[in-house]
Design a protein. Structure first.
Lengths: 713, 155
């Protein structure tokens, strides 16, 4: 399928002009075909660009729909900016509309979920076509009005220009333009003429954010609902537990509207969140503790994962013959690794506002997928998809957490019970204890070196669950573990599936979050056994120019071999995914006396193809590094008696300002297609730090969190 | 009925004396710029100024702030406040933005009492959590404003 075929299908799909057009759409999901308003054959064919993706008002405001979830990664600016570039309007004219990735706004770019660092790279060309097609229609409208050939009309920042200099603004032209035929193959700009793409801009939401005016799910105040209530919730601490004393609870008092029993939780509803929260916290609610779930412990989880390493599992990648190395092997190094369950802890705790009526359901919430939310609402309410109205809001951090609909189900059930709009906010304690955790994984890698210290054999196995629910065939279980960048002649990569007793979900970078740690920390152990510098050991196994470049450049940026901070030590790591590659050097010192790991500086060189917004790329690398360093140093969820032991930021520590390193990011200059950057820096952070800690202390960190390994926590 | 000033406006609050200021602001005064992040004084997302001093509003209650002057992010518009907000936008500090109101309030309190703060001291004193990892840019923005104020540059 050519790109123009794709874009034409997008346009046809989104016009809803005829049943035939709907059938031509790339996606045969019935809910997608139903919800678009039916348009009968006598309605003029309207350009979706100027009625859905783009709306221009007489005062020259340009509303641009943004269909992905904004959770800090900057799509709220980047995606509309791409449209604005091709449309040729001033950014000051642009107002961004958060729309769900549903129906008209669902592009053929994969799952209707903001994930996999795919928002920009998936939609880049399609969004350019949306803007370019709209511009051509505006040009045609002007040409018609001027009675000249469209090829003589140019545009400049929101206006069409006649060869004689006369102008017609887009606002004046849009009514005529919107009913014109959709250009089948709109001409895209020459990238050399880009005004915005590649040039860092102020983010669209920043002024609102600093004024406290940016509304998150937590702040949902649907104006039509003055009778909105708040709900706080307590879930059964042991998985599968049920409330056992609902009928025997004391009168909660006048401030409380209702106590709602849910299958595995109890909610308290009031006109003030604080009243609901303190009541649900203090009520003597008891829950059952199913025996099997109550027997779960961290020690048991780890033992099961380690034991599983000895099973065959499935082979996810193989090269050469790992069993036929024979006398060529001069040394073999085998190391076992462990990464525990960890939590997301977005600063905005999960929340959802729901209003369930007889014939409609309205939901306002932070979500990475309006589609999953709508599906959940159909399931819970029995209404059909066209009766569900999902209003996605700006997200106060997610990192994969708000892709799940567990909190949505809670909110819907409470709203059904109460019959009024309800804003459910999980407390921080609930948010941590009932997270959809990054699962615990174990890994074991055996590396074989020849007499010259070359890596000739790589036999790796990991054990853990499937976050996608695919059992042993989940590609995310081996993300960063198989398909290595290193040219090792004999390799075998296996995965042993072990279900998790805790709920698990997507944690920013997913498989990389533990697998890249295992791989890149192990490579340093091999480098040492081979008597080689860790940078050279890696480069010796890479011929790909793009991979080599980021490692060579980060070594230069980081002054590899000559730390900026006297007495500090350095560690290096590499990662590739999402169409991007990154090299990371961490410079750190370990102070035994004060029991501190000081991360002085992290250098990173990223090649992400065309950087749509360089400041945003840097921000994602800075943020991804800090996210990864936080987990590497501090984070662990422990379970005893089936209960999560951590509850707030005092016992689930995350990286603080005083621990934050200086971060230097260089973006490799490129005009290749944009690659993803939201997750690329997370995976290599832990091994870069582990490798620096080894250089500083001689202690290998083969599990996270490192503060525990060092005996500092 | 308890009265306090919020962003220079007199406000009467019909709520229990034990209600945390955070929820008084969000529910009774309808100012949602101040955020709930942990409810335990750990994260700082709820930071406001009470008589000019940074306070985690989830940890103080209505009777404690009766008769005081409370400033929230919405009302932080003195010269220092405006400079901080502008620097935050210029440097591109925010990612998700949820913690930033609290960060700006904390920065305001630090620079108000110590306009010559150096970077190391600033990092030690800025205790607000950020999960997106904007720490470096926060420091950059605050140091930029500190330098501006010290140089007496035009607003």
């Amino acid at each position: 399928m050519t790109e123009s075929d794709l874009s034409r299908r997008v346009f046809l799909q989104t016009t809803g002009v005829s049943g035939l057009a709907l059938m031509v759409g790339c996606d045969s999901n019935p809910s997608m075909m139903d919800v678009d308003a039916a348009v009968d054959a006598t309605t003029p064919m309207v350009d979706p660009s100027l009625n859905t993706w783009i709306e221009i008002t007489p005062d020259e405001t340009v509303f641009i729909a943004m269909h992905k979830a904004e959770m800090g990664q900057g799509v709220h600016t980047t995606l509309p900016l791409i449209v604005a570039e091709e449309l040729d309007v001033a950014l000051s004219q642009v107002q961004v509309r958060l729309v769900g990735e549903l129906d008209t706004y669902r592009l053929p770019t994969g799952l209707p979920l903001t994930s996999a660092s795919n928002s920009t790279r998936g939609a880049y060309t399609l969004l350019r076509q949306v803007g370019a097609a709209a511009r051509e229609m505006l040009i045609q409208a002007a040409a018609t009005q001027w009675n000249i050939d469209a090829s003589t009309v140019s545009t400049e920042l929101g206006a069409c220009i006649h060869p004689n200099g006369e102008q017609l603004t887009y606002g004046a032209l849009v009514d005529a333009a919107r009913i014109l035929p959709i250009p089948e193959e709109p001409t895209l700009k020459d990238p050399a003429t880009f005004r915005y793409i590649g040039v860092s801009q102020e983010r669209f939401a920043d002024t609102q954010i600093v004024e406290g005016a940016n509304r998150y799910g937590l702040d949902a105040v649907p104006d039509a609902w003055p009778d909105r209530l708040y709900a706080a919730i307590r879930h059964a601490p042991v998985s599968g537990g049920e409330p056992t004393n609902l009928d025997a609870l004391p009168d909660p008092g006048e401030a409380i509207e209702a106590i709602v029993g849910l299958p595995h939780a109890v909610a308290v509803v009031a006109s003030s969140y604080w009243e609901a929260w303190r009541t649900v916290t203090n009520l003597p609610i008891t829950f059952s503790e199913p025996a099997e779930a109550a027997a779960v412990s961290s020690a048991g989880i780890r033992a099961e994962l380690e034991s599983a390493l000895g099973e065959d599992g499935i082979v996810s990648g193989e090269m050469g013959d790992i069993s036929a190395l024979g006398d060529a092997v001069a040394q073999q190094v085998t190391t076992r690794f462990y990464a525990p369950h960890i939590a997301h802890t977005p600063l905005e705790p999960v929340n959802a506002t729901a209003y369930v009526q007889a014939d409609r359901c309205d939901i306002w919430l932070p979500t990475q997928s309006a589609h999953f939310v709508r599906e959940k609402a159909v399931e819970i309410t029995g209404l059909n998809a066209s009766q569900i109205h999902v209003n996605p809001m700006f997200i106060g951090g997610s990192y994969g957490r708000k892709a799940d609909t567990d909190y949505v189900e809670d909110a819907l059930r409470i709203a059904q019970a109460v019959g009024r709009p309800v804003t459910l906010i999980w407390s921080r304690e609930e948010d941590i204890q009932h997270d959809q955790f990054r699962p615990a994984f174990c890994g074991e890698i055996a590396g074989s070196l020849d007499a010259d210290g070359n890596l000739i054999g790589w036999d790796a196995v990991n054990s853990g669950p499937s976050v996608l629910g695919f059992g042993e065939r989940d590609p995310l279980s081996v993300q960063g573990f198989s398909d290595l960048a290193y040219e090792i002649p004999n390799q075998r990569v296996r995965h042993v599936y072990v279900p998790s007793p805790l709920e698990t979900g997507f944690w920013r970078s997913i498989g990389h979050s533990q697998n890249t740690f295992f791989v890149e920390a192990f490579l340093d152990e091999l480098a040492e056994a081979a008597g080689k510098d860790p940078l050279m050991f890696r480069l010796d196994m890479m011929t790909d120019a793009r991979y080599r470049r980021v490692l060579e450049q980060v070594a230069e940026l980081a002054q590899w071999g000559s730390p900026f901070t006297p007495g500090a030590s350095q560690g290096i790591a590499f990662c590739k995914d999402y169409g991007s590659v990154i090299g990371v050097v961490c410079e750190a010192s370990v102070e035994m006396r004060t029991r501190r790991v000081r991360i002085h500086r992290v250098s990173a060189v990223v090649d992400c193809g065309l950087a749509i917004q360089p400041t945003g790329v840097r921000a994602q690398v800075e943020g991804g590094l800090m996210f990864g360093l936080s987990a590497a140093l501090h984070e662990e969820i422990t379970i005893e008696g089936g209960k999560v032991q951590q509850s707030n930021f005092d016992d689930y520590r995350i990286l603080t300002q005083r621990e934050a390193p200086q971060i230097e990011v260089r973006i490799v200059d490129s005009t290749e297609s944009p690659g993803g950057v939201g997750e690329i820096a997370v995976g290599p952070a832990a091994p870069a730090l582990a490798n620096a800690i080894y250089a500083a202390t001689g202690t290998r960190c083969r599990r996270t969190p490192f503060m525990k390994v060092l005996g500092f926590a | 009925m308890p009265t306090l000033k919020v962003n220079a406006r007199d406000v009467e609050v019909d709520a229990p004396q034990a209600k945390p200021l955070l929820w008084v602001l969000r529910e009774d005064v309808a100012l949602t710029g101040t955020k709930f992040g942990c409810g335990a004084g750990q994260c700082g997302s709820c930071t406001v100024l009470v008589d000019g001093r940074a306070v985690r509003s989830c940890q103080v209650v209505l009777y404690q702030v009766e008769g005081t002057e409370v400033q929230t992010i919405e009302g932080l518009n003195d010269e220092l406040g405006r400079r901080l907000k502008r620097a935050w936008v210029d440097v591109g500090v925010a990612q998700c933005g949820f913690c930033q109101a609290g960060q700006i309030m904390s920065a305001h309190a630090i620079l108000s009492s110590d306009p010559n703060v150096d970077e190391d001291a600033l990092k030690q004193r800025l205790g607000n959590l950020c999960r997106c990892g904007t720490y470096g840019r926060i420091v950059q923005a605050v140091m930029q404003v500190a330098a501006e104020m010290q140089a007496g540059e035009g607003a």
